[in-house]
Every structure is written in structure tokens, then in C-alpha cells.
Design a protein around this ligand. Structure first.
Ligand code: GYE
Length: 375
């Protein structure tokens, strides 16, 4: 019992950081239990219930009372974000909550991921969750899932060449890239920086997170006439970020004043490379350092001023996935797209808010309290 209450509270804290509707077509109900930690305007959207009534604890077995079997083909273990995503699923789809979670770490290998999904079909699991490593090449295997009568729920990254899945829960990556660009424009103006020469460290090639963040930032860069000196993949890893930045420091010595890393782990590697090369970065440095994800360690570096701005990607999708499963189990039709909420973090209050896609959103100055509450 004690464990269950704790898990309900953890779940409550997780959903408190999410709301719905930040993407164009999203409509859904947040599976919130207790939204006490949610920022004021988001609480309204999350229907609060007692922690004891957490979705993760209730009717977690199928109609016949059996354990629900879920196959989860996870991308890999490349980043802090990924670790948080995996933990979110393992916490919600636990044996205690009535699930048998078949978890496969696909180690960033698309062939392994397709095999994992086919393995789940063989096992005749009740539901399949896929976080697609790449956004294309899915229609055949999704047709196989459909033929087997197994609903697929896509999380995080999108599938762009098939719609044979029940629902997708994730983030709007292009919006994240646009936000980084709009913030940079306002920040540079406030600081009297008139020329932007940017280096981009992209995520894994073919991932929708990479494609969206790249497109979004480039759209603003093109509009503003900024120079993107180079854009190479760091594969969403710390080693990858460090390696790419080491080579950038040699090739573009003295020529760049902005580095955009498409996730926090790449930023950690890039910081090491810049430090080694004698390049200063962050709020007091020569280089504006922008990152995405805003995991705990990323926010710590925002607070210390090493990362200038960090655009959140919320990995805690599992409670929403559980809602989709419950809707399907009761014969309903879930919303096809469910968007996570993203907060945008900075060290200093130079740019209070920015407008993206016609909507104004505040920039949040990181405090220790925010760091402590982050996943
Ligand atoms: O930003 C990165 C992870 O797909 C949004 O993948 C995710 C990305 C995330 O490795 O850290």
C-alpha cells in the first residue's frame, strides 16, 4: 500500500509537468491525479483527483482481469532524456500496476527495432509501444501489427510514412527549434549582438526530433539572415557532441558565437570540448550555448550559467499512454495526437517571453527548486 501511494505521488508529480494542447491538433485529457505541483495555468487543464485514484493503480488489468502485456521498443539508452523516458514507462507499466512490460532497448539500431516489434507480434502482446528511432520505413510492420489485431501506440518521435497506429504521445520538435530561434533573436537584440554565426550539433540522423529541431531553428536563421557555419550529427550522445565540437573548434576557431546542441548530453560534450580549446561559453562567455531536453543535469548547467538557454522536451509520456490504453480497452477511440508541454529555461531574465506559432510563452529562470523537481 505504501508503495502504491508513493507511486501515485510520483505519477502526480510527473503529470503535473504536462498539459495538453500545445500542438495544432491536440485534444486530450491529462491523466492527472493530484496537480498540486503544476504551474497555475496548467492546473486548470489537468483534472485533479485524489492520489489514491491514480490511473496507474486502477483497472490496470484487461476485461478478464488478466495482466496486460505490453511490448515497448525503446530507442536505446543514449541520453538522460532516454533514461527518464524508460523509467516513466517502467514505473507506470509495472507488475504492481497490473502489467507485464516486455522492454527492448534497441540501441539506436532500426533493424533491431523492427525485429523487436515483430517479436512482440509473435508473443501476441496486448499492446505495442514504439519510440521510432527513425521516422520512415514503418508501414509494413505496422500493417503486420494491424493484421494481428495489436494496437500500436507511438511515443516521442513520430512515424511519418504510416498512420496505422492508434495514437501518438510526444512533443512538437519543430516548435522547439522555432522557440530556440525566436529566443536567440530576442536575446541577441537585448545584448547588442548584431551578427550570429552559429554551429549546430544535430541529433541522430533520420529521427523526427532531429528533423524538427533542425527545421525550426533554420527557419528563423534564414528569416533573420544568420549564418549557420556547419550542422553535423552528434547522435544525441555526450561523446558525439564532444567529438563534433572538437572538430568545430579547430575548423571555425574565432568564427562562431552560437552553438546549438540538439540535446543536453551533446551540450555536456560540447562544453568539455570548448573548455579544452579555451573557448568561453554561457551567460558570461563568448559563445551563446543553447540546448534541448532540460533534464536535471541540463538545468543545473543553466543555473550555473554554462548553458544559456534550454528548451524542454518532456519525456514523461507513460501516464498519457496508459490513458490511451484504457480508452482502447473500453472500446473507445483515443485522440490520435497527444502533445506534452514544454517549458523553456534560461539563467537570467533578459527575454521574459517569446512568441512562437502565434502563441506567447514565458521563459522560465531556473531556480534550485525547479532543478530539484525535474526528472
Ligand atoms: O531529445 C534526446 C534523445 O527523441 C526527443 O532523443 C528524443 C530525443 C531527446 O536521445 O536526448
Amino acid at each position: 500500500m505504501k508503495r502504491k501511494i508513493v507511486s501515485a505521488l510520483v505519477c502526480a508529480a510527473m503529470v503535473a509537468t504536462m498539459v495538453v494542447g500545445c500542438g495544432s491538433s491536440s485534444t486530450t485529457t491529462a491523466p492527472a491525479e493530484d496537480a498540486t505541483e503544476a504551474p497555475a495555468e496548467e492546473e486548470a487543464e489537468a483534472p485533479a483527483e485524489d492520489a489514491e485514484e491514480a490511473p496507474a493503480e486502477s483497472d490496470a488489468s484487461n476485461a478478464s482481469g488478466d495482466v496486460i502485456t505490453i511490448g515497448f521498443a525503446q530507442v536505446g539508452h543514449e541520453s538522460d532524456w532516454r533514461t527518464a523516458s524508460t523509467k516513466s514507462c517502467q514505473d507506470v507499466f509495472s507488475a504492481e500496476n497490473g502489467y507485464d512490460l516486455q522492454f527492448v532497448d534497441c540501441d539506436n539500431d532500426s533493424a533491431v527495432q523492427l525485429e523487436a516489434v515483430r517479436g512482440f507480434i509473435e508473443q501476441d502482446v496486448d499492446y505495442i509501444i514504439i519510440d521510432p528511432i527513425v521516422s520512415t520505413g514503418w508501414d509494413t510492420v505496422l500493417t503486420e501489427c494491424e493484421d494481428a489485431g495489436i494496437p500500436v501506440i507511438v511515443i516521442d518521435r513520430t512515424i511519418d510514412d504510416s498512420d496505422k497506429y492508434a495514437a501518438w504521445v510526444g512533443s512538437n520538435f519543430k516548435t522547439e527549434g522555432l522557440a530556440a530561434g525566436e529566443w536567440l533573436k530576442a536575446y541577441a537584440a537585448a545584448k547588442g549582438i548584431t551578427e550570429i554565426n552559429a554551429l549546430v550539433i544535430e541529433g541522430s540522423t533520420g529521427a523526427s526530433a532531429t528533423i524538427g529541431r533542425t527545421e525550426g531553428f533554420k527557419e528563423i536563421a534564414d528569416r533573420e539572415g544568420w549564418t549557420i557555419l556547419d550542422s553535423q550529427s552528434g547522435d544525441f550522445t555526450q561523446d558525439g557532441g564532444q567529438e563534433v565540437m572538437e572538430s568545430y573548434c579547430k575548423s571555425y576557431e574565432g568564427k562562431f558565437n552560437v552553438v546549438i546542441c540538439q540535446n543536453d548530453n551533446e551540450a555536456f560534450g560540447a562544453m568539455d570540448a570548448m573548455t579544452a580549446a579555451g573557448v568561453s561559453y554561457g551567460v558570461n562567455g563568448d559563445v551563446i550555448l543553447v540546448s534541448f531536453d532540460a533534464c536535471t543535469a541540463g538545468l543545473e548547467f543553466v543555473m550555473s550559467g554554462d548553458i544559456t538557454a534550454d528548451f524542454e522536451c518532456n519525456p514523461l509520456a507513460a501516464p498519457f499512454v496508459e490513458e490511451v490504453i484504457k480508452t482502447l480497452a473500453s472500446g473507445g477511440t483515443p485522440d490520435k495526437e497527444v502533445y506534452m508541454v514544454e517549458h523553456w529555461y534560461v539563467n537570467e531574465d533578459v527575454v521574459p517571453s517569446i512568441e512562437v506559432n502565434g502563441e506567447t510563452q514565458e521563459m522560465t529562470v531556473v531556480t534550485q527548486e525547479i532543478v530539484d523537481a525535474q526528472y
